[in-house]
Design a protein around this ligand. Sequence first.
Ligand code: GLU
Length: 548
Amino acid sequence: MDTTALANLLFPEVTETPADLEQRYPPRNLPEGARVCRMAPSPTGFMHLGNLYGAIADERLAHQSGGVFYLRIEDTDQKREVAGGVETILDTFSQYKLPFDEGATLTGDSGAYGPYRQRQRASLYHVCARWLVLQGKAYPCFLTEEELTAMRETQAAEKLNFGCYGDFARYRDTPIDLIKSLIDSGKPYVVRYRSEGDLSKRIAVDDLIRGRLDMPENDQDVVLLKADGIPTYHFAHVVDDHLMRTTVVVRGEEWLATLPIHIQLFGAMGWKPPKYLHTASLMKMDGGSKRKLSKRKDPELALSFYSEKGYTVAAVKEYLMSLLNSNFEDWRAMNPEKPLEDFPFSPKKMGTSGALFSIEKLDDVSKGVVSRMSADEVYGELTAWADRYDPDFAALLRRDEAKTKRMLAIGRGGKKPRKDITAWSDAKTYLSFFFDETFTPDYTLPETVPAGAAKEMLAAYADLYNPADDSGEWFAKVKQLACNFGYCDDMKAYKQTPENWPGSVADVSNVVRLAIAGRPQSPDLCEVMQIMGPEMVRQRLDRMMGAL
Ligand code: GLU
């Protein structure tokens, strides 16, 4: 076969060789040990936890080593692409504060190893594919969909492996004249790699978390370029990660099965493969057994779920880090104040079996993170969330900034801060009693207090109430109220002989709480009343008295 004639026939426009590309994209000038990692999402409009999970690993490996973290858009599958898909990717990473050093941006590219969108790299793949054709390692294949289906049926009937290999690779040795006439007649074709791999031979590949992998060679003639000249994932991965000088490819374990193809293609191009790190899939417990998180069944797989609910970025990252590195929680316990970036992230501490994701666990982490934030920080993040997802609530929060911050400050600071808020969407319910617009009281009384007594208690309390009372004075008055109505004002005594009283001071204060907050639990009531001010407090007392 005259491979030069074939290469010229298939790629008349290509003038460069891989050696030219090597010069255009030279090895990066980085210190010893610096890692180059990339995030390579497809612009499908759907960003999921797995993307973020991998990206945190990429970002840490790169930046912890003084290396480069870049973004490549894998847009070879136009059918799956949605308008605004790239924006969604960029938005997500900026929201999660994973700073790319180079890559695709909204306004174009930044960096010397671009273009960073695969469809714009077509000419580079063609240079490499042409070179493989020239070496006799690639060829055009004209098998139609129908022929491929028939091939599959034969293979199924004869219990053979599926795919295009050996004798099934019918176009391997097609004479150039026939190729030319097929092309001239407009018959579509793909470019396939001519595999000399043998399934009975083994290859060894090292994975940063899985150690040495022993795998069969690839015997399939995989497609390098599709009929439209756009590469498959396999070929694009090899060409891009080489020319962009990636040193560690972090990707999901679903790519393990095709790793022998990638190793083979790197070899064919005469390139050294990067290091690989195949991450474990995110799993969840479902009815007593573990399964992979699924796009169809699990809304919590989508990153939009966390934005809409208003989980803090810090909490989601913190939780994912605990799934990525088994020693993270211990480190966090020892270093509660340190930024996440100080944690020495290590592939050695990554698990190979599925990482078990639990929303309850995330909620716990989240409550802790929010409880340690200052009222100012909470105000900033909460209003930004509400501006986007609940503008009416945002307007209430912004009506009196100083007052809202006082509401948010209750129970903050100190050793045991309150943990009322998991995500910002909880805040509306939590704060609802502070605003008449969102106040929806449930006046169900404690069993120990009949409605008539409650009404009288509230009237008596209205007389005792003084907005200037500090918490000591406030509580003394509630105790006094309890005594006046024959309720026990000493909880210890009450617990010993509850039958001696109709109820305790806790029941009496709960009646006041129901009036003010409309529910039996609230943060410190004295503080709540101070923030509300006398006018609202009196209105609330009147309102409940009117309802009894
Ligand atoms: N575009 C591929 C994906 O989204 C990237 C896999 C990789 O990181 O190599 O699954």
